[in-house]
Design a protein around this ligand. Structure first.
Ligand code: ZN
Ligand code: ZN
Length: 133
């Protein structure tokens, strides 16, 4: 009986994982944690969404960064754009449409003697090509 429950949970976890990952295929834009929790509020609870995002990040399918308002944002890891999308690429936040996209540019992390770097976020703010016309 216990094993049966375990298997059921496992299947639904995989389905949820795919559903979350598919959300990122609809566009190449990054999505905030708040938006993801809202979009899946009918299918899964907040804790499940967080757990799935953590897993997808660990398996390098997604990467995260801190966006406007200190919120955590996630984007699909795509190494198909202009070769390799580096781990330290910048993100562009359009203030007009609110979208955030990954920029296929490598911005190396400067050497900081006597400092331990735990994460790096480059956020460029402006107006995107879709809004600029
Ligand atoms: Zn825009
Ligand atoms: Zn990115």
């Amino acid at each position: 009986m216990l094993q049966y429950i375990y298997v059921m949970r496992k299947v639904s976890m995989t389905k949820s994982l795919v559903a979350v990952l598919n959300k990122f295929d609809e566009s190449n834009d990054a999505l905030s944690v708040v938006r993801l929790v809202n979009e899946f509020s009918h299918e899964m609870n907040r804790t499940t969404v967080y757990r799935i995002l953590k897993r997808l990040e660990e398996s390098k399918k997604l990467h995260s960064f801190i966006g406007p308002g200190g919120l955590k944002w996630y984007a699909k890891t795509n190494d198909q754009i202009d070769g390799v999308l580096q781990e330290t690429h910048p993100h562009f936040h359009c203030e007009d449409c609110g979208k955030i996209q990954c920029l296929p540019i490598d911005l190396p992390v400067p050497a900081l003697p006597n400092h331990e770097i735990r994460s790096v976020s480059y956020l460029i703010v402006g107006s995107c090509g879709r809004c600029d016309d």
